[in-house]
Design a protein around this ligand. Structure first.
Ligand code: MG
Ligand code: ZN
Length: 348
């Protein structure tokens, strides 16, 4: 009997890592290019409210990369995903040429389920930081190849062409035989497979105003699968196109994408009511557009905005946290510490 128990505990530990019923789920939500002014403008354009008001701990993240005060999404995504500073444009490799495991990969080793959702292609710099190691974020087909053998259980995002219309003529979708690759969210919902992927677009997904799948719907579908699995999970959700609105200096693009992201944050907060063992972190990789609000209309609560660049800026970005260990996210710290703080939760 003792020997039997020994095997159950030791082998169980080997097979299932450290994950237990009471392990903490981690949901990291990244609004790409979502600085404090994007949040402020989005809030006023949303009737003076945002789901971010539901958070209990707030911090500030220093976003600089290893070679520039103004980061790009690859360096900042890498900082949050693997905990190292790197050069702009680099995914998953530190400036010291090291390729540490990402928080997603470490969580999988500990028996977690894993999920990635983006409103860009799934091979774009931010989601790629959680599974890929490439010298340039533009190596989309190489990133797709790394995605195809990754430990991601569920994914929803665009970029199908990097998998099935490639220079090397490989069809990675066929090679990903352990996945059910589905063509719609309802098929995702109905799938009984243990690994499911949904490409929302052949290339980059549309703007939300042009009828893209609402991010909150994708989040809800993935949360339902994670709930089914009865295991702790790590999920990264990106509102990718807040950044693209900033680059375009189009405030309506920024606001509509912020609202799509904000609604997804609310969906996650609603989930935590019945699942209090869930840590939710909402942050940005950097600010985009140098957005300012020099004036506005108080009666209509309408901001009037200016952009100061078509690129990114070096402003610190807020970090909102709620749930177990949320208080560790208050303060001012480097974006690499977001990785460290999540790792501490995994190692509790
Ligand atoms: Mg991005
Ligand atoms: Zn950008």
């Amino acid at each position: 009997m003792r020997l039997y128990l020994f095997f159950v505990i030791v082998l169980g530990g080997l097979f299932f890592g450290k994950a237990q019923e009471n392990s903490t789920n981690i949901i990291l939500m990244i609004g790409d290019g979502m600085g404090l002014t994007q949040i402020t403008a989005g809030m006023y354009f949303n009737g003076n409210k945002t789901s971010l008001e539901g958070f209990t701990s707030i911090g500030l993240s220093k976003t600089h990369s290893s070679n520039s005060l103004v980061t790009d999404s690859a360096a900042s995504g890498t900082a949050m995903a693997v905990g190292v500073k790197t050069l702009n444009g680099v995914v998953g490799i530190s400036y010291k040429n090291k390729t540490p495991k990402s928080i997603l990969e470490i969580s999988k080793e500990q028996g977690y389920q894993t999920a990635l959702i983006a409103t860009s292609s799934i091979v774009h710099a931010t989601p790629a930081s959680f599974y890929a190691d490439v010298v340039s974020r533009k190596e989309y087909e190489k990133i797709a190849l790394q995605m195809s053998t990754s430990v991601v259980d569920y994914f929803i995002g665009g970029g199908k062409k990097y998998f099935n219309d490639r220079e090397d003529n490989r069809n990675l979708i066929k090679e990903m035989s352990d996945y059910d690759i589905v063509s719609s969210l309802s098929k995702f919902d109905n799938s009984t497979a243990s690994k499911i992927g949904h490409f929302t677009n052949r290339d980059e997904p549309n703007k939300i105003v042009d009828g893209r799948l609402p991010l909150k719907d994708a989040v809800q579908s993935v949360l339902s699968k994670l709930d089914r699995d009865q295991k702790p999970f790590f999920m990264m959700v990106e509102g990718s196109q807040i950044d693209w609105g900033g680059h375009a200096n189009e405030i309506n693009y920024v606001i509509s994408e912020f609202k799509d992201f904000d609604a997804a944050v609310q969906t996650v907060l609603d989930y935590t009511i019945d699942h209090p063992n869930t840590l939710v972190i909402v942050t940005a990789d950097h600010e985009t557009g140098g957005l300012t609000i020099p004036k506005g209309n108080i009666k209509k609560m309408r901001p009037s905005v200016d952009f100061s660049t078509v690129g990114h800026t070096a402003s610190m970005v807020p970090v909102f946290a709620k749930g177990p260990s949320a208080d560790t996210f208050s303060g001012i710290y480097d974006n690499t510490l977001i990785f460290t703080k999540m790792l501490n939760v995994l190692n509790e």
